[in-house]
Design a protein around this ligand. Structure first.
Ligand code: PGA
Length: 252
């Protein structure tokens, strides 16, 4: 089963905008059968309930962020327990925008991953190098450290729940993407690190996807050719027509 994840980020600024988005999306989904593809949308927290109520089982919902504690005096935070009670099945952990603007570190991300799984939420762990790290040829080192530190304490029997998104930071919100060969190399490396940590049998269970400037035009090069298990889409997921076009291509 392939996965197509739409990260709506901090968008849809009013109930009206949300309703317009949902109505366009439902129109695009009418009559579509995405048999081989799981479509997952990550709206802002405040829209989660409306998305769940409005969309059929065809679309799963997930969160862009969460805290690692279940409840208590943590003003302003959202717990994974709250998310699972709302029907969330997935949540991002360690997106580069969280690392950059909210200074999230691998140690905290690993706590989040464990907390998500404890609450039945499949974590989507984002890893990837910055432009400078790429120029310094540190890609392999960066990805490998992120994986080792973020997956610390994760039980290998839970690996089938985990999605690893290779998201080179320089390709996010830009209009450039790595070559299919570079993406394939990253995928091989990610799998190798997983094998080193968890052993071959379990490492095969984790899904590895690509994210960063994905659109219908480059889908072949960033997902189909390097044989990824799916994709994480930012900007294009705000356009229901494009999102469903991509999902259909992945599904074929
Ligand atoms: P983008 O975002 O598709 O707009 O580059 C991707 C992401 O942040 O996951």
């Amino acid at each position: 089963m392939k996965i197509v994840i739409g990260n709506l980020k901090m968008n849809l600024n009013s109930p009206k905008e949300r309703e317009r988005y949902l109505s366009l999306l439902k129109k695009e989904l009418t009559g579509q059968k995405l048999i081989n593809t799981e479509l997952i949308l990550l709206p802002s927290f405040i829209h989660l309930e409306a998305f769940r109520k409005s969309l059929s089982q065809k679309v799963k919902i997930g969160a862009q962020n969460f805290f690692f504690e279940s409840k208590g005096p943590f003003t302003g935070e959202i717990s994974p327990l709250m998310l699972s009670n709302l029907g969330c099945e997935y949540a991002l952990a360690g997106h580069s925008e969280r690392r950059r603007y909210f200074l999230e570190k691998n140690e905290e991300i690993s706590l989040k991953i464990i907390a998500a799984m404890k609450n039945g939420i499949a974590p989507i762990l984002c890893v990837g190098e910055t432009k400078v790290e790429k120029e310094n040829q540190e890609t392999l080192k960066v990805i490998s450290t992120q994986l080792k530190e973020c997956l610390k304490g994760v039980s290998r029997t839970r690996l089938e729940k985990i999605v690893i998104a290779y998201e080179p930071v320089w390709a996010i919100g830009a209009d450039i993407t790595p070559s299919p060969h570079e993406i394939m190399e990253a995928k091989v490396l990610i799998r190798k690190v997983l094998v080193d940590i968890f052993g071959k049998k379990y490492a095969e269970l984790a899904r590895i996807i690509y994210g960063g400037s994905v659109n219908a035009k480059n889908l072949e090069a960033v997902c189909l050719e390097p044989e990824m298990d799916g994709i994480l889409i930012g900007r294009e997921s705000l356009l229901p027509h494009e999102l469903i076009k991509i999902a259909k291509m992945v599904n074929e």
